[in-house]
Design a protein around this ligand. Structure first.
Ligand code: NAD
Length: 499
């Protein structure tokens, strides 16, 4: 029996949701077809089989959704108190808690992340919603001194910016949509979400759950469809006040151009090529699995993946041996198989892209130490690529400079910490990064020296909304999490009162 034929059990709710003929748009609280009647299919990356048919929204549907979002923004939703918005977020957290298994099964079928990984993300999701619930009741302006003669009192007020266009990538929409939904509901904004054409289902299901939890119609709308149609229409829409975009740097550039029509505010969370620096005094029992999973988690489809692993020369051989041994513990397979740690990549084009970078690495003279092939046998119909390691990589090679977004780890040797910092900074991107050292002075030197949005010390990939993360350079701007995140869903109004 092939893996694609194995009957991995789906819960009843996930089965019911996935069995719909067409997954419609969510506009003004209703499931509605695209005006054009067009649909597109989405594929289960573990099997290559069609998993669902989606409404293919375009400009006309974005217009309808933005109108609904604008009406909701100006309607009763604008009178909800912070406590009411906070209570809504708390109810949503309860619903997510109860429906989590259904949601992760939908996500696993749609974007291929293994259920084992998705289950482990539940605390992060619950923390995120709880963070935004806390923010709903923490919006505050200031009273300010002034130098105006007479009895003038001055202060600032914070007000919601309006309609948000949320454009979401495919690499983890179940959680990542809440960076937008949470801030929208906490601030009193409204939104139109455009999930990736490759992974829209968890966003559509969540929209239904938000309404069941008591969110008014029109507050969150979802238009599925192609990026160049529905996505572009949203980015260019004159009645959208702000775009929250997560995706590639290339698409980020088009969003900036499209947004000039009404000078939209932008939050751009873009690509990365993060450096993970392993010093010779690192605790390799922790650094090896940490650096490996810093790349291979989610099959390399994480924006801050530490794909450039910089290893101090005296320990390169030991690090490499231990890395390859650790990789023997990874199990690649169907996303619904509970024993699997790594799933497929999202699509055939993404698989082709990853394999083409492996060819490029070989041609550039890097040494392929492990992997490099599409996985066949019972996984042959899915988009599976072997977790791969290149040794002897230099920072001039394309595999060290360009984002691959697949399970490909490059080892770059370095001599001293200054050289490691220089290599880390020799990148167009500035998203994540880490240093492994038992010497805190060394670690802090690296933390201060690397030009990047987030640095981890002796760990990789922790994200907490209370702390936040964001990028610099070509990795974009705007924080996810922290008070700074909420601030970008609000504008400041200065008030001068002659009393
Ligand atoms: P992508 O840029 O191809 O697509 C992202 C979204 O933009 C999708 O919904 C897509 O339909 C839409 N889109 C495409 N073209 C558009 C256009 N012209 N106008 C408007 N919208 C358009 O990215 P992807 O392949 O889905 O995701 C992978 C990328 O996302 C990687 O580069 C990764 O690093 C990045 N990413 C960044 C972060 C972060 O927080 N910095 C997080 C996750 C992913």
């Amino acid at each position: 029996m092939t893996t694609s034929q194995q009957n991995f059990a789906l819960c009843e709710q996930a089965q019911v949701f996935l069995s719909r003929d067409v997954h419609q748009l969510v506009i003004d609280g209703q499931n509605v077809p695209a005006e054009s009647g067009q649909t597109l299919i989405t594929v289960n990356p573990s099997t290559g089989e069609t998993v669902a048919r989606l409404a293919a929204g375009d400009q006309a549907d974005v217009d309808r959704a933005v109108l609904a979002a604008r009406r909701a923004f100006n309607g009763p939703w604008s009178t909800w108190t912070p406590y009411e918005r906070q209570a809504l977020l708390t109810r949503i957290a309860q619903f997510l808690d109860e429906r989590f298994e259904e949601l992760i099964q939908i996500e696993a079928m749609d974007m291929g992340a293994p259920v084992s990984r998705l289950r482990s993300t539940k605390p992060a999701l619950m923390k995120m919603v709880s963070f935004f619930a806390s923010q709903a009741a923490n919006i505050a302006g200031e009273t300010l001194m002034n130098g105006i003669p007479g009895n003038v009192t001055t202060m600032t007020l914070k007000a919601p910016v309006g309609v948000i266009g949320g454009i979401i990538p495919w690499n983890g929409p179940l959680n990542s949509q809440f960076w937008i939904i949470g801030a929208v509901l906490a601030s009193g904004c409204t939104a139109v979400l455009k999930p990736s054409e490759d992974a829209s289902l968890s966003v559509l299901r969540v929209a239904e759950i938000l309404h069941e939890a008591g969110m008014p119609a029109g507050v969150i709308n979802v238009v599925t469809g192609l990026g160049k149609e529905a996505g572009h229409a949203l980015a260019a829409h004159p009645d959208v006040d702000r775009i929250a975009f997560t995706g590639s740097t290339q698409t980020g550039r088009s969003i900036i151009q499209a947004s000039t029509v009404n000078i939209k505010k932008l939050q751009l969370e873009l690509g990365g090529k993060s450096a993970d620096i392993v010093c010779s005094d690192a605790d390799l029992d922790k650094a090896v699995p940490g650096a490996a999973m810093g790349v291979f988690a989610n099959s390399g489809q994480i924006c801050f993946a530490g794909t450039r692993v910089l290893v101090q020369r005296p320990i390169v051989d030991e690090f490499t041996d231990r890395l390859l041994a650790f990789m023997d513990t990874l199990r690649v397979g169907h996303s619904l198989d509970a024993a699997v740690t790594l799933g497929p990549v999202i699509s055939q084009p993404q698989l082709d892209k990853v394999l083409s970078y492996i060819d490029i690495g070989r041609e550039e003279g890097a040494e392929l130490l492990r992997g490099g092939q599409r996985i066949g046998g019972e996984l042959e119909n899915g988009y599976f690529v072997q977790p791969s390691v290149f040794g002897g990589v230099t920072n001039k090679m394309r595999i060290a400079r360009e984002e691959i977004f697949g399970p490909v780890l490059s080892i770059l040797p370095f001599d001293d910490v200054d050289e490691a910092i220089a290599i880390a900074n020799d990148s167009e991107y500035g998203l994540g990064g880490a240093v492994w050292s038992q010497n805190l002075s060394t670690a802090l030197r690296v933390v201060h020296g690397v030009h990047t949005g987030t640095m981890w010390v002796n760990c990789y990939g922790y994200i907490d909304p209370l702390v936040g993360f964001g990028g610099t350079k070509l990795s974009g701007y705007g924080s996810k999490g922290s008070a700074a995140h909420m601030d970008t869903y609000l504008y400041t109004k200065s008030v001068y009162m002659q009393l």
